[in-house]
Structures are given as structure tokens and as C-alpha cells.
Design a protein around this ligand. Structure first.
Ligand SMILES: [Zn+2]
Ligand SMILES: [Zn+2]
Length: 137
């Protein structure tokens, strides 16, 4: 299991949500590569499958999974919780084929202000190899 440190219920929410009905096999919590931070502002384009997270502590920005590959068409919109805040813990759910290649990705966010959770985007992965995407959250 790769959800060490997740005590917030976000991973469980993503599993239960099952974007598009695909079983979620792994949930990986996003972690800033620079400062180990867990709270991010998130920009999303749900249509094109692009998610960018920016660490609120150190400002390091990174794309989730293969988001950087689809930037051409993307129109990124900042994610806001219904409460109006825009700082989240990020969990990335992976639906896997039997050979561990990735079938579907869903991005779940947990608002650090009020704890509200939601799946804000999900998209299909239709190429391989794709197992490396689990390391790019
Ligand atoms: Zn950081
Ligand atoms: Zn909120």
C-alpha cells in the first residue's frame, strides 16, 4: 500500500467514489518534492486531464501524472472548495490493469479549512508503459 500518512479519509473517499465506475487499486498522496509539504493549490482542466499542484509552503509547482503532456489544449482553472478556500491535500487514485499498467486516474482533494473531500477530476490513460505514473503524484 502506498497511502502511508493518510489519516484523513481522502484515500478511502477516492476508492469509494470510483470515478467512471473503475475500481481504484492504489491511492497516492501528493507530497512536495522540495519541502515534503502536503498542502497545495491545484489547477485543473478536467476535460483534457491536466492537474498542476503548487506547494503553498515553498511554491514548487508540479504536474500530477502525465498532465504536462496535455498542456497544449489545456485551460487550467483553480480549484475551490465550496467553502471558498483553495488549499488542499491531494490524493491521486489509480485504477490498474491486471499487468499493473494504469487505466484511469482520479484526483481527489481534501480542503484543509473545513475537511470537505471531493474528486475534482479524472481521466483515462490509454497508453503504456504507464506504471511510472504512480511515482508522479
Ligand atoms: Zn514545498
Ligand atoms: Zn473547504
Amino acid at each position: 500500500m502506498t497511502e502511508s500518512g493518510d489519516s484523513t479519509g481522502l484515500a478511502e473517499y477516492i476508492r469509494t467514489f470510483q470515478a467512471e465506475g473503475y475500481r481504484v487499486d492504489e491511492v497516492v498522496q501528493s507530497k512536495c518534492a522540495t519541502c515534503d509539504g502536503r498542502v497545495f493549490e491545484v489547477l485543473l482542466d478536467d476535460l483534457n486531464g491536466v492537474a498542476q499542484r503548487t506547494c503553498v509552503r515553498c511554491g514548487t509547482a508540479a504536474y500530477i501524472a502525465d498532465g504536462a503532456d496535455h498542456l497544449d489544449e489545456a485551460e487550467l482553472v483553480i480549484c475551490e472548495c465550496p467553502c471558498g478556500e483553495a488549499e488542499f491535500e491531494v490524493g491521486v487514485g489509480f485504477s490498474l490493469h491486471a499487468d499493473r499498467e494504469v487505466r484511469w486516474i482520479s484526483v481527489g482533494l481534501r480542503c484543509v479549512a473545513d475537511g470537505a473531500v471531493g474528486v475534482y477530476a479524472d481521466w483515462k490513460i490509454n497508453y503504456g508503459p504507464s506504471a511510472h505514473l504512480l511515482d508522479e503524484c
